[in-house]
Design a protein around this ligand. Structure first.
Ligand code: APR
Ligand code: ZN
Length: 261
């Protein structure tokens, strides 16, 4: 706590009290919770969309026209994603679930670090980089099969053994809908939440950026932990402008201190 100003300490205490007294709290996370695991986010300086234009590399129409472009980017960023390890922010959220203080993590991240840190109820609203399928016949492929195919089929990107259609990781590209179950389940949880802990997201991409509005509409509290301002800061009960890897463990520590009082 010594590195944080008194003001942050008060906010951490307020966030801890909100979570401790909550009945249906949930967490909503974005790429910012994984930057301390070595995975760049999308919109910070040096983020993924700075290097790879989303309209070319992250859009379903562009993918269907020329899958090789997407795979060119995937080849560069995927190895980092596959070897990344959870950081203290992920472990803190897993601990809050174990303490039954958050009911679920709704994540925009595709890196599976919440699950690797021990979180169980995780809704991946933008999919998962470790699952691959064929756009034609929906055949599914493992990461190992894709890595082997990438070596052989560099030019156009990997295609299906059965129907020769392009293969794609199960991640949601711009222009694609969200996976139905995760979409409706996260809306229902956000509606029911009396507290939403939002960590590491610029809250700039719909429909996920609307989830906090479901909580606010039902008079729930938002706690935002983010190192840059977001559009919802002035609607949040607590805003801590700091690293998630530092703050989330301190909130857990403060909850434990309050429980002992
Ligand atoms: N601690 C706290 N905040 C951080 C940290 C950190 N260690 N690292 C980065 N941030 C903040 C950034 O300042 C930024 O506001 O996290 C936020 C990450 O925002 P984005 O890069 O926009 O990522 P995200 O909100 O997850 O993007 C949503 O956009 O491109 C799509 O599908 C992609 O899921 C992604 C979605
Ligand atoms: Zn196929």
């Amino acid at each position: 706590m010594k590195i944080l100003k008194l003001l942050e300490k008060k906010k951490i205490q307020h966030a801890a009290e909100l979570l401790l007294n909550s009945k249906e709290a949930i967490a909503l996370t974005g790429a910012g919770v994984s930057t301390e695991s070595g995975i760049p986010d999308f919109r910070s300086e040096g983020g993924i969309w700075e290097k790879y234009k989303p309209e070319i590399y992250g859009n379903i129409e562009a993918f269907l026209k020329n899958p090789a472009k997407f795979w060119e980017m995937a080849q560069k960023i995927a190895p980092n994603l596959f070897k990344a390890k959870p950081n203290p922010g992920h472990y803190a959220l897993a601990e809050l679930e174990k303490m039954d203080l958050i009911k679920a993590v709704i994540t925009q991240n595709i890196d599976e670090l919440h699950q690797k840190a021990g979180s169980v109820i995780v809704y991946e609203v933008h999919g998962n980089i470790n699952r691959f399928s064929c756009l034609g016949c929906k055949a599914s492929y493992t990461k190992e099969q894709i890595i082997r195919k990438m070596k052989r089929e560099k030019k156009h990107g990997p295609s299906c053994e059965y129907c020769a259609s392009p293969l794609k990781p199960s991640v949601v590209l711009f222009g694609e809908g969200l996976p139905r179950f995760e979409k409706y389940q996260s809306q229902a949880l956000a509606q029911k939440a009396d507290v939403m802990l939002i960590a590491g997201s610029s809250l700039s991409v719909a429909p996920v950026c609307d989830l906090p509005l479901y909580t606010l509409r039902e008079k729930g509290d938002l706690i935002i932990v983010n190192d840059q301002p977001t559009d919802l800061d002035e609607k949040a009960t607590v805003v801590i402008r700091h690293k998630t890897g530092t703050i989330l463990p301190l909130i857990v520590e403060e909850i434990k201190r309050l429980q002992e009082e």
